[in-house]
Design a binder for this molecule. Structure first.
Ligand SMILES: Cc1cc2nc3c(=O)[nH]c(=O)nc-3n(C[C@H](O)[C@H](O)[C@H](O)COP(=O)(O)OP(=O)(O)OC[C@H]3O[C@@H](n4cnc5c(N)ncnc54)[C@H](O)[C@@H]3O)c2cc1C
Length: 413
């Protein structure tokens, strides 16, 4: 049996951030992932500004290494396409000059590469013991810690506290924290990689196509290095069930029959298979901690309900969990009462954005309203900022929580 202070289950963005922050505090931890890296994860591969901000906060050297990392594609903005097919380009920064300032506000990086970058960072850490290819499937709370085991009972870890970071299908979340999937708060997503899609923006804007039948979800095309693109569809599970949607067929039909997109995909080649995975949304407040555990990232249902962005929130939540481990160690208290401070901090930091995005998600369910918003956006700088900052600028997002912002928006129409 391996004995440790902290066991982190999962080495994706949430688990990696937790372990990297624990290293900064000099707190030893064991990280266990059932996969062997590099491994794929179904995702849009979009990295928002939050990703770099959080990694820099953990350790600026990691941020510098990510900037030097070659496998990512810089992106300078978003193209929104409304249900009526009107489109609006919104740059992340109102004025930008790629020659003067080559660093972009956003990136697209295959998770195969990005998650492996994070795991390589873990391998640099003296206090982190990483086990790949080992699964944690059983959890037993004892008076002095959690005993965690694989199904066979051959791999056993005992830890004073557990950081649960094993993603959207976390057994711990269901069995111990008793949080179950609710179709109203969950997105079904599929992703494909393509080579040779034409008509991409010259500054690698990511594209969000809010097609009628997908609302409040969308179809996306995100540009990758080497002429590849991440293409996918995400739709609220409630809508998928109600309309009995077959997302893979919808993707295929859209690419073959849509008058605009079919031309752009005429000579495009599908690389590999079309794969699906769930997005647990933070559109509802939940209890994320209990005796000796904290739920982070997708295991804590922290994906932004409007943008579908989860990597940034996974990193933030992992870092916050590590901070709470430090506080719990200092207090020598791993009780649910002590760890409730994790929930308080998560909802203090991420809560306002999650609430706002929940409102935005409801707003765009109506195609006519979305068409109208886009029409206003074509003339209104503030609304364009709102739309771009939904994705990339955390500080700008704070403005969105002020009612005066909306008042000004309406008055300036
Ligand atoms: C179709 C789709 C598109 C998306 N697009 C974007 C996007 O463009 N941008 C964005 O920011 N977010 C996007 N997301 C969300 C994003 O993928 C997640 O929010 C993010 O991966 C969460 O990170 P995590 O570390 O919590 O979980 P994960 O990345 O899922 O990592 C969990 C880790 O735990 C391991 N694990 C699982 N079970 C066990 C076990 N029993 N024992 C040990 N290890 C285990 C897994 O192997 C994995 O490495 C998308 C999601 C989907 C499905």
């Amino acid at each position: 049996m391996i004995e440790t202070t902290v066991c982190v289950i999962g080495a994706g963005p949430a688990g990696a951030a937790a372990a990297l922050q624990l290293q900064q505090f000099n707190i030893p931890c064991v990280v266990v992932d059932k996969a062997v890296f590099p491994r794929d994860k179904v995702c849009g591969d979009g990295l928002s500004g939050k990703v770099l901000t959080c990694l820099n906060r953990i350790n600026p050297e990691i941020g510098t290494r990510l900037m030097e990392f070659q496998a990512k594609q810089g992106s300078w903005g978003v193209t929104f396409v409304a249900p009526n097919r009107a489109s609006l380009d919104v740059a992340y920064r109102p004025v930008y000059d790629k020659a003067q300032e080559p660093s972009a506000a956003g990136y697209v990086c295959k998770r195969m590469d990005f998650d492996n970058f994070l795991v390589d960072e873990l391998k640099r850490c003296e206090q982190v013991q990483l086990f790949e290819g080992q699964s944690i499937d059983k959890y037993e709370l004892q008076p002095d810690g959690y005993v965690l085991r694989d199904n066979a009972g051959t791999f056993v870890v005992k830890a004073q506290v557990v950081i649960v970071a094993n993603g959207a299908h976390s057994g711990f979340t269901k069995e111990v924290a008793k949080i179950t999937m609710e179709p109203r708060h969950y997105i079904a997503g599929i992703r494909a990689y393509y080579q040779g899609v034409t008509g991409m923006h010259e500054d690698s804007f990511i594209e969000l196509h809010f097609l009628d039948e997908l609302l409040p979800g969308y179809f996306w095309i995100f540009p990758l290095p080497n002429g590849e693109a991440n293409v996918g569809v995400g739709v609220l599970s409630e809508v998928v069930r109600k309309k009995k949607l077959n997302l893979k067929k919808m993707l295929q039909d859209t690419l073959e029959k849509d008058p605009v997109l079919s031309k752009r995909f005429e000579n495009a080649e599908l690389l590999g298979t079309v794969d699906g995975y769930g997005l647990p949304l933070g559109s509802k407040r939940r209890t994320l901690s209990g005796d000796r555990y904290m739920l982070t990232g997708d295991a804590g249902y922290l994906i932004d309900p409007f943008t579908g962005e989860g990597i940034g929130n996974a990193l933030y939540s992992g870092r916050i969990a590590a901070q709470q481990v430090k506080a719990a160690l200092e207090a020598n208290d791993f009780s649910a009462t002590q760890l409730k401070k994790y929930d308080d901090e998560i909802y203090r930091v991420l809560g306002p954005e999650l609430q706002l995005s929940t409102r935005m998600q409801k707003l765009v369910q109506r195609p006519w309203l979305f068409n109208l918003l886009l029409r206003i956006g074509m003339r209104n700088k503030q609304l364009r900022e709102l739309m771009s900052c939904m994705f990339y600028e955390v500080d700008l997002r704070k403005r969105l929580t002020r009612p005066s912002f909306y008042l000004k928006l309406l008055l300036n129409r």
